[in-house]
Design a protein around this ligand. Structure first.
Ligand code: NAD
Length: 241
């Protein structure tokens, strides 16, 4: 059984919003979404929206405190907060390097630690890596490094917290049709059409990532921990036809 509180960090857009939507429709969990920027004016995918900057320790702790205010048991935490930018490494400032690592590495660490402190009865966490951790990705070095770190974090925490009944996994998507990719396209940062990079010949819809996340949160994956699950439309295996 999935627990009664599920926290999704990075919930205002793309994959995070899709995960909230699926949690809301497919489970009984109270879905608490956290993001530093809420844009939507329409119906939310979550039950509760909290403004949280995942790079800010106090903000994350406050957010998780607030998530627990109405009682219930925290059993699920998904961290999808992310940014992406293309920049030649020789011109990359230390500030921009640190910003990328802060959102993905500090952010995942702070969210995972906050969740662990409040998961009193076991649970499941899902972090977000990317196919970028498995190949050389020019001009996105800090992103690729951060994503490799996120997977390493999932493996370490999976072992460290296994005795507490907490499973920790990561998902590594291929290209997903979200505002993150749309923004990169608009900035002219996609050197090749990403459609051509996937064996399935298309980008994923965010809901196609949300499904595997729900699998990793639920009982059907009860013997899976420390795994990075590729959800990439055959990106990693594809060498052209
Ligand atoms: P998105 O831009 O649609 O959503 C990311 C969300 O993270 C946004 O709502 C944003 O406001 C939030 N966020 C960013 N910085 C934050 C901060 N400091 N504090 C709190 N929230 C913050 O992106 P997406 O495509 O849904 O990506 C979700 C995750 O999946 C990211 O980690 C991304 O790196 C990863 N990913 C995406 C793709 C893709 O093709 N879209 C591929 C592989 C991996």
């Amino acid at each position: 059984m999935m627990g009664d509180i599920a926290v999704v960090v990075g919930a205002a857009s793309g994959i995070g919003a899709a995960v909230c939507h699926r949690l809301r429709t497919d489970t009984n969990a109270r879905v608490v979404g956290m993001d530093h920027q809420w844009r939507s004016t329409g119906e939310s995918s979550c039950h509760i929206e909290l403004r949280v900057d995942v790079t800010d320790e106090a903000s994350v702790e406050r957010g998780f405190d607030e998530a627990m205010l109405d009682g219930g048991i925290l059993r699920s935490m998904v961290c999808t907060a992310g940014i992406q930018r293309r920049e030649a490494t020789e011109n990359l400032s230390l500030e921009r390097w640190r910003e990328m690592l802060a959102v993905h590495l500090d952010g995942t660490f702070l969210a995972a630690r906050a969740a662990k402190r409040r998961m009193k009865d076991g649970g499941s966490m899902v972090f977000f890596s990317s196919v970028a951790e498995f190949h050389g990705w020019p001009e996105r070095t800090p992103y690729a490094v951060a994503k490799a770190g996120v997977s390493a974090m999932a493996r370490s925490l999976a072992v460290e917290w296994a005795g507490d009944g907490i499973r920790v996994n990561a998902v590594a998507p291929g290209y997903v049709d979200t505002p993150l990719v749309a923004a990169a396209r608009e900035r002219g940062e996609l050197a090749v059409d990403p459609v051509t990079l996937h064996a399935l010949g298309r980008l994923a819809d965010a809901d196609e990532i949300a499904g595997p996340v729900l699998f990793l949160l639920g009982e059907d994956s009860s013997f899976i921990t420390g795994e990075t699950l590729m959800v990439d439309g055959g990106y990693r295996i594809f060498r052209g036809k």
